[in-house]
Structures are given as C-alpha cells and as structure tokens.
Write a protein that binds this ligand. Structure first.
Ligand code: NAP
Length: 474
C-alpha cells in the first residue's frame, strides 16, 4: 500500500498520523496519506502568505508554470486517471476525461494569466473632474483557501488552484478525505513545472478539524469551496467579512417538449443521470416530459437503461462504477423505498447490488413533495413527471430551492428562448442535459446552489481585488 506525504512550504512531510484511502470498488484501502493538523494548517497559511508577498511571480512566469503543468499532465494522464478511478470509483473512461479536462484548465489558466487587465476610467466625463487620470488594476487577494469535494477530485481542485495561481495568489488546499491522492499529484505536477515553494500547500484531514482550522485563520483572504449546501452555509457564516465562492448542490431539472428529438433527449438524460454513478452536482435528477410523448419517452428510456452495465470501473465494458461508499448506496436505497411507500413507481432498479454498487434507477409517478424530487439525490436515479403546457413546465423547474443548471429539449426556438429567460438557474442548456459544462465558461448557481462563479476567467475576477488609481493632473 503506497504512503503519500503532504506538501507544506515546499517540503514533503509525514505527520505521524495516516488517513487510509479506500478503493471504492473493492472497498479495501489502496493508499494512505499523512493527515494534517491545526498547527500544520497555520504553517501552511504562513508559508503561502510569505510566498505571494515575498516571491511575486510575473504573469509570464505564471504562464510558463501553468503551461509546463499541462505538458507534465499529458505525460501522466493515465496514471492520474487510474488514481481518480480508484479513489472515486468512477470508470477509468470517465477518469481519463476528467484528467484531460485538467490539461485544458492548465492551458486556459496559463493564457488567462496574461490577460488580467484594468481599464481607463474617463473621469472627465463627469463635470468637475477635468485633468484627472483614472485607471483600474487587478491584484492578487493573497492566500486562497480551497476546500473540495470527492466527486471530481482532480478537475474541481484544478478549477480553484489554476485561477488562484494564474492571478498571482498562493493556495492552501484541503481535499475531500475520501479522495485526497489525486491532489498529491496536482502538487507534484505544479512543483515539477517550477512553482516556487509555499505557493501550493496540501492539508488533508477531516472537514470538522482541518476545515475549521482553515476557516478560523484570518490570514486567508478568500475561500473557494465546492461541496454540500450544509457545509457551504456553515462556511458563509464563519467567513464573516472575508469573501468566498460557494459551489453547492442541486436537483437539476430537464424539460422535454413533444417537438424535441426523442432519441437525443433520452440518450442525454439517461447518460447524464448515471455518469459518475449520479454523483455530479448537475446530474439529471428531475425530468419533465410533455404528457403526449410520455409513453414513447418511457419506452425508449427503459429499453436503454437495461443496456447499462454496473461493475468494475477498470472494465472497459462498465458504464456505472460504485458510489462513493456503501453508506451512500444504502442511503439511496432508503430514499427509493420512501418514495415507493409514498406512491412513486420504481420502473427500473432501486436497489444496492453489493458494496457501493447501485442499480441505475428510473422512477415514475413522483410528486414534488417527495425527497427524491425536492432534495439532491446524488445517486444514479432519474425521476420523471409530466406537464401539459410549457408554462407549467417552467414553473415546475423553478419550484426548487436549488438553481444550478437546467436543460430544455425542444426544436422550437421561441420555447428555447423563453426557457432561457424564465428559468432561475446559473445556466440553461438547450438540447442537452443540464450537466453540460465548458471549462472556459462561467459556472455557478443561484439560490441554495451557491454564490460566485467558477471557470478560470470568472474565478480570477473573484480571486483578485479591483483597485482604482486616480491621478490629479491639475
Ligand atoms: P461535503 O461533504 O460538503 O464536503 C466537501 C468538502 O468540505 C470536503 O473536503 C469536506 O471534508 C469538507 N468539510 C466537511 N465538513 C466541513 C466543515 N465543517 N468545515 C469545512 N469543511 C468541511 O461534500 P461532498 O459530499 O464531498 O460532495 C458532494 C456535494 O458537493 C454535493 O452536494 C454536490 O452537489 C456538491 N458539488 C457541487 C459542485 C458545484 O460545482 N456546484 C460540484 C461538485 C459537487 P471531508 O471530506 O473531510 O468531510
């Protein structure tokens, strides 16, 4: 079993305490990593603070480090994907895509590091401000505290670390306890690419202990969190006047109108309800189908779901790997049973197979008060309800405490644009699942899905201070 050290101020250290990391398919530890503690968090933040203040990197240096990182990752992509697959349980195919997205994120961040610009403010456009020269500049905020979830342990770390470094900040990273090893690889890659000591520090450990120590530390200027709404709310309360971005959960909805391509809608909805065993913040959970095509939609859906193979993530034939833990699979089973007791119809699946493997599940006759519909299920479960009028569908999609992304399948441009205008989410995806995300675009929810935007360019705005300079030329 391989043992991994953690990185603080450029030193790889052991701490005397180890966290076992479990292979989610075999449910046996495959690696362990040194656990940080509150003192080490203090040391990591101090090192990061010193790095960005005393060894500032020019935009060109940041560009070079991030581009080099992309090149190194190209070489290590299979090895990283193997680790992601083992620690999350997602299929190797999915893990390879995740690692590939990080190559892109390094390149996007490298390019963005050269485009952090201010603007000239025409002060004399306001009477009485003649002979004033005003401009703005963006400066690094300082130490960025990153707290990340288990489901995309490499790409969601990249979505924080890449913009933070591109903007000239330094990072203290706390990965999810279930999936910390790919973060070691992120640090190794950046180190090999030439990132100076102190710019990235890795502090794995339990959320309550290490997360708490990070939130207490007043030298962290900005927190970038992705995870559950419960922890997100706690972070918002504790950070006070310090800023944070919170990328939280969802119960993403899809509308399928009678004029849509049925094949496309079924294929995308099913694939994106089951990807990563349904553990994606923008998984397809609630599907609203126009009543007159409901039977055709369900027939095709049930035909396709039977083709899905659940099992070993390293088997190229596998479509769905295990969930993150047996506990989560049991929790999902209990939710399905509760929905069935309340009158929902389980048309396919609904059961834990063994360990953390869960059957792809299709549920019909669901009502909006059922947990399966109104809470985030975060499991390979797709729920179906119907609508008669398009307005009714829009209203049902919006009837959610979450607002991350929504999907609309229609061939009617007016309906598509009406949906884009009316749906209350951070993104509306036309003729695709709500799970579509392009890594150089803005991404983030409203309502209980969070605050702030990710996507390198947009995260850079959040992770920099906008300063105005005014010169009196009189
Ligand atoms: P989680 O339980 O909230 O954990 C996320 C991170 O927070 C982990 O590193 C966790 O550490 C840490 N943490 C736990 N308690 C903490 C505390 N009291 N203070 C500070 N940090 C604490 O979420 P998860 O189960 O890993 O991920 C699933 C959730 O993430 C879902 O709700 C999903 O929708 C959401 N998500 C959102 C997005 C998005 O972009 N909007 C993307 C992916 C996932 P430990 O691991 O040690 O507990």
């Amino acid at each position: 079993m391989k043992k991994y050290k953690i990185l603080i101020n450029g030193e790889w250290i052991e701490t005397g305490k180890w966290i076992d990391v479990v292979d989610k398919y075999h449910l046996k530890p495959f690696a362990s990593i040194a656990a940080a503690n509150a003192d080490l968090v203090g040391g990591a933040v101090a090192a990061a603070d010193k790095a960005w203040r005393e060894k500032p990197l020019t935009p060109f240096q940041r560009y070079e480090i991030l581009m080099n990182s992309g090149e190194i990752l190209k070489r290590r992509q299979d090895e990283v994907a193997e680790t992601i697959s083992q620690e999350v349980g997602k299929t190797f195919k999915e893990a390879k895509v995740e690692a590939g997205r990080v190559i892109n994120n390094f390149i996007i961040a490298a390019e963005e590091s050269k485009r952090i610009v201010g603007e000239i403010i025409p002060a004399d456009a306001i009477q009485g401000n003649e002979n004033r020269f005003c401009f703005t500049m963006r400066q690094p905020k300082g130490v960025i505290g990153c707290i990340t979830p288990f489901n995309f342990p490499f790409n969601l770390v990249a979505h924080k670390v890449c913009p933070a470094l591109a903007a000239g900040n330094a990072v203290v990273l706390k990965p999810a306890s279930a999936t910390p090893i790919s973060s070691v690889m992120m640090c190794e890659i950046l180190e090999e690419a030439g990132l100076p000591a102190g710019y990235i520090n890795l502090v794995p450990g339990a959320g309550e202990e290490i997360g708490h120590a990070l939130l207490e530390n007043q030298d962290i200027a900005f927190y970038s969190f992705t995870g559950s709404p419960k922890v997100g709310k706690e972070i918002a309360q504790k950070t006070g006047l310090r800023q944070c971005s919170l990328e939280l959960g969802s119960n993403s909805g899809v509308i399928v109108t009678a004029d849509a391509s049925l094949d496309l809608a079924v294929e995308k909805c099913l694939r994106m309800a089951m990807a990563n065993a349904g553990q994606v913040c923008i998984s397809v959970q609630r599907v609203l189908v126009e009543e007159k095509i409901k039977n055709d939609f369900m027939d095709l859906m049930l035909e396709k779901v039977k083709e899905l193979k659940v099992g070993d993530p390293f088997d190229p034939e596998t479509d769905i790997g295990p969930m993150i833990s047996e506990k989560e699979a049991l929790r999902t089973e209990a939710w399905v049973e509760e929905a069935a007791r309340q009158g929902a119809l389980v048309l396919h699946g609904g059961k834990r197979i063994k360990g953390a493997l869960f059957e792809p599940t299709i549920i019909d006759q669901i009502t909006s008060d059922m947990k399966m519909w109104c809470e985030e299920v975060f499991a390979p479960v797709l729920c179906v309800a119907t609508f008669k009028e398009f307005d009714e569908a829009l209203q049902k999609i919006n009837d959610s405490k979450y607002g991350l992304q929504a999907g609309v399948f229609t061939s009617n441009i007016n309906k598509a644009l009406e949906a884009a205008k009316v749906i209350q989410t951070g993104g509306v995806i036309i003729n695709d699942a709500p799970s579509y995300r392009v890594d150089n675009g803005p991404y983030g929810g409203i309502k209980e899905s969070g605050i702030g935007k990710e996507g390198v360019k947009y995260a850079i705005e959040e992770m920099t201070n906008l300063k105005v300079i005014a010169v009196n030329l009189n």
